[in-house]
Design a protein around this ligand. Structure first.
Ligand code: ATP
Length: 349
C-alpha cells in the first residue's frame, strides 16, 4: 500500500512566503531520513486573486480535501484586498469545510534564556490552548444595516463536543488541569451550550481537574500568574484572544505555532499547520520575519503525522538555536529570516 504522505504547501501572502521558505527544507530533511512525503505547492493568496479573480478554486479545494493528508500554511492578508475576501475564502474556508474544529496552540517557553525585555517575566510558561476553529462569531454571517450591525455567533453541539473532548483527552493524558473560558453569565444561549457539554464531559472524566472561569477573570489571572494554567479551552473568539496573550509570554507572534485538526477524520485531509501570526504587511519582504512559529508549526505537523522523532528533533533544534543566542529583530537580535531558519536547521541531527 502506498503510504506516501501528501502535503499541500500554501505560502499565502506577505511574510507567509518568507517563513514557508524556511519550513520547506525541514520537509526535505524528513524525507532524507526516510519519510515518504510528497508536496504540492499552491499559489493561492492576494497576488493570485488580484491577477485572476480566483481565491481558492473548487478543483483545488477538492484536491486538497481528497488527495492530500495535510496542509502547511504560511499566512494570508494583504492591504491591497482591504475587505480580506481572499483570506476568508482561502483560510476560513479550509478550516470550516475541512471541519478542522480543534485549533491547538501550545505556548511553551522555547528556551531557558529570557529574551531582552522579558527578563522579569516568568521563564517557564507552558500553556496549551484548545480553540474552537470553525464557529462562534467567526462564522461570517451577519449584516450591516442603517444604524445597526449584526454578527451572528453560531455554536453547534457537535463542534463544541469535538473541541472539548480533545481538551479533556489531553488533560487526562498529561494529568494537567483544564480551564474553560466562557461568558455564560451573559452569552446565555451560546455559552450556555458550552457549559452543558463541559459538564457532561466532566462527569465522563472524573479524574480531570476541570473548571470553568469567566473569560474576563481568567485574563486577569493569566496576566498575574501564567504558570497557574496548563490547558485552556475556549470558543473561536475568546480562544483567539487568549492564545495571542499566551504567545506574548513566550516571545510574541513570531514564535507561536498552531495546528488545526479534525479528530473525527471526515476527509483524507485532517490537519492544517501554520504559525499563529498573520501576513505582517508592516515587515513583509524585508527579511525581518521570525520563522520560529512556522518551524514549530512544522513540528506540530510532524507529530500529527506520527513522526514523533522528527517533531522532537525540530523542537529541540529551535530550543538549542535560541539558547545559543539566535535572534531575529522581534526578539532583540539581528538575524534575518533566512539566517534564523538556517541557525535552527543547523541544530537538526
Ligand atoms: P491576523 O489577523 O491575520 O492574525 P494580525 O493583523 O493580527 O493578523 P499579524 O500579521 O500577525 O497581525 O502581525 C501583528 C504584529 O506582529 C505586527 O506588528 C507584525 O509585524 C508582528 N509579526 C507578525 N508575525 C511576525 C513574525 N513572524 N516575526 C516578527 N514579527 C511578526
Amino acid at each position: 500500500m502506498d503510504n506516501t504522505v501528501r502535503i499541500a504547501l500554501i505560502p499565502g501572502d506577505g511574510v507567509g512566503y518568507e517563513v514557508m521558505a524556511e519550513a520547506r527544507p525541514c520537509l526535505e530533511w524528513a524525507q532524507n531520513r526516510g519519510r515518504a512525503v510528497e508536496t504540492i505547492e499552491l499559489p493561492y493568496g492576494a497576488d493570485h486573486f488580484l491577477a485572476t479573480g480566483e481565491t481558492l478554486p473548487e478543483t483545488a479545494f477538492l484536491h486538497i480535501r481528497d488527495r492530500c493528508d495535510a496542509i502547511l500554511f504560511g499566512a494570508v492578508g494583504d492591504p491591497r484586498v482591504p475587505d480580506g475576501r481572499h483570506a476568508e475564502e482561502i483560510l476560513l474556508r479550509l478550516r470550516q469545510d475541512l471541519q478542522l474544529t480543534v485549533n491547538f496552540r501550545p505556548c511553551r517557553t522555547p528556551c531557558p534564556t529570557p529574551y531582552p525585555g522579558m527578563e522579569n517575566r516568568t521563564p517557564s510558561v507552558d500553556i496549551e490552548v484548545f480553540r474552537e476553529n470553525t464557529e462562534g462569531p467567526y462564522c461570517l454571517q451577519g449584516s450591516t444595516e442603517p444604524g445597526r450591525a449584526v454578527d451572528l455567533a453560531i455554536h453547534t453541539e457537535s463542534a463544541v463536543h469535538r473541541l472539548l473532548s480533545a481538551a479533556f483527552r489531553r488533560a487526562e493524558a498529561t494529568g494537567h488541569p483544564l480551564v474553560l473560558a466562557h461568558k455564560a453569565n451573559v452569552l446565555k444561549h451560546g455559552h450556555g451550550l458550552w457549559m452543558r457539554v463541559f459538564e457532561a464531559l466532566r462527569r465522563e472524566h472524573p479524574q480531570v481537574a476541570a473548571r470553568g472561569m469567566h473569560a474576563d477573570a481568567l485574563l486577569c489571572a493569566l496576566v498575574q500568574d501564567p504558570t497557574a494554567f496548563r490547558i485552556l479551552a475556549a470558543d473561536n473568539y475568546l480562544g483567539d484572544l487568549i492564545s495571542d496573550l499566551c504567545a506574548a509570554y513566550i516571545g510574541g507572534m513570531g514564535v507561536a505555532p498552531s495546528l488545526s485538526w479534525a479528530p473525527h477524520r471526515p476527509f483524507r485531509c485532517t490537519a492544517l499547520a501554520e504559525p499563529v501570526h498573520g501576513s505582517a504587511p508592516d515587515i513583509a519582504g524585508q527579511g525581518l520575519a521570525n520563522p520560529t512559529g512556522m518551524l514549530l508549526g512544522t513540528a506540530l505537523l510532524f507529530r500529527h503525522l506520527a513522526w514523533e522523532p522528527e517533531a522532537e528533533a525540530l523542537e529541540r533544534a529551535v530550543a538549542r538555536a535560541l539558547s545559543e543566542g539566535a535572534r531575529t529583530r522581534d526578539l532583540g537580535g539581528t538575524l534575518s529570516t533566512k539566517a534564523m531558519g538556517q541557525a535552527i536547521r543547523d541544530q537538526l541531527p
